[in-house]
Write a new protein. Structure first.
Length: 396
């Protein structure tokens, strides 16, 4: 709880992680209660400001585990998710959380086809629920579900009513992920201008722009970003914690106290717990982030990592790897063999290259350490046999 206060006082961009709520809402994903507690503890250790822990009104083990998380004495704020009704909020208050999200759809398409309701009723439910939560002294985020398809005048009216009822911020939800950064910037700018409210970006990745849209919102003045580990979430997912935080630091030059060194660890944990494999090319934490194969890139990185890396592998808990494959050059091969304690001359490395390339193409992959050593042994063997008259190994 203290960390949220401190972050707000420092004008930090507040990171709200919803892996345990929106992340778990992903079709086919269920965390065990043990995993939920572990993820909450890791997120707290990493230093996120607020965690959305789940939906207390679901009752049963969901409510029990939220109570357990609330009893851990974490430094971050704990937010429980509610529909805009008093019964949901009573369940949340019962769990001992310090913050509530009160969520209701604001777009006409949702109001008509999902809620079978009217704008007036939506407004009334939100105001009643917000006033009730306010009376109980919890921090309140009013969520405008499907905000990105909501008539902007109605959204402004909704935000102002939320503020007057006691809301601390408005969560702007791009529920179906249809925003793009330029439009996001304009909408958020005008929303802040017209309401003066603190805005949280909650963006989905249907067109691959969740992180970009969240950051566009920040550029327009939003000071909260909703994220999930690995971008886990409904359909194509949410803005990813690791992407948002590293982009804030390295692209927006906004420093923060988040322990990014733990990113790979938590990504692996959530990948396992959610049964969603971490793709090798995953931004920030994927295996390939610091793997270099192509001759030119590997040579550059060997000379000075900044040539092809934006930050150091240790910053996110990864390691740099020079991979020997079809596109490798002699410099990388020399470096690789040094790891095995073998010093190759540049001529030897160049002579080994054709065999390495042929093998990688035949096997359609890079080579394991053992395979490289075998190729080297073959090469030395033939070199000794034939004296200086070296001919390529494994000739057909
Ligand atoms: Mn969502």
């Amino acid at each position: 709880m203290d960390r949220l206060k401190k972050g707000l006082e420092n004008n930090d961009i507040i990171i709200v992680d919803t892996t345990l709520r929106d992340g778990e809402q992903t079709a086919g994903v269920v965390f065990s209660n043990q995993e939920k507690i572990r993820i909450a503890k890791m997120l707290d250790e990493i230093g996120v400001h607020q965690i959305e822990v789940g939906i207390p009104v679901m009752g049963g083990s969901e409510k029990a585990v939220i109570k357990k998380i609330a009893a851990q004495g974490l430094n971050c704020s704990l937010m429980a998710w509610n529909r805009a009704n008093i019964n949901d909020i009573i369940h949340s208050l019962d769990c001992g959380v310090d913050a509530v999200a009160i969520s209701i759809s604001t777009s006409d398409i949702h109001i008509k086809h999902k809620l079978n309701s009217t704008r007036e009723q939506v407004m009334e439910s939100m105001v009643k629920a917000t006033e009730f939560a306010k009376k109980h002294g919890v921090y309140i985020s009013v969520n405008a579900e499907d905000a990105s398809r909501t008539d902007i005048d109605f959204l402004v009216e909704f935000a102002l009513a939320a503020r007057d009822a006691g809301a601390d911020r408005l969560r702007y939800c791009d529920t179906i992920g249809v925003l793009e950064p330029f439009k996001t910037y304009e909408i958020i700018l005008s929303l802040i201008e017209k309401t003066g409210m603190d805005i949280e970006m909650h963006t989905h990745n249907d067109f691959g722009m969740a992180t970009a849209n969240a950051l566009a919102g920040v550029r327009a003045g939003a000071c909260f970003i909703g994220v999930t580990v690995n971008g886990l979430g409904e359909r194509a997912g949410n803005a990813a914690l690791e992407e948002v935080v590293m982009a804030l630091k390295h692209i927006f030059n906004k420093d923060h106290d988040i322990k990014t060194q733990m990113f790979r660890e938590i990504s692996e944990y959530v990948a396992r717990a959610s049964g969603r494999i971490l793709p090798p090319g995953k931004a920030i934490v994927g295996d390939n982030m610091f793997r270099h194969e192509s001759g030119i890139h590997a040579d550059g990185v060997i000379k000075f990592p900044g040539t092809y890396e934006v930050f150091s592998p240790e910053d996110v808990g990864l390691e740099r790897q020079i991979v020997i494959g079809k596109h490798s050059g002699s410099k990388a091969i020399m470096l690789k063999f040094k790891e095995y304690g073998i010093s190759l001359t540049e001529d030897e490395a160049t002579e080994l290259l054709p065999a390495i390339r042929r093998n990688t193409v035949e096997m359609k992959r890079s080579l394991f350490d053992k395979e490289l050593v075998y190729l080297y042994e073959d090469y030395m063997h033939k070199k000794l046999e034939k004296g200086i008259d070296y001919s390529p190994i494994n000739t057909d």
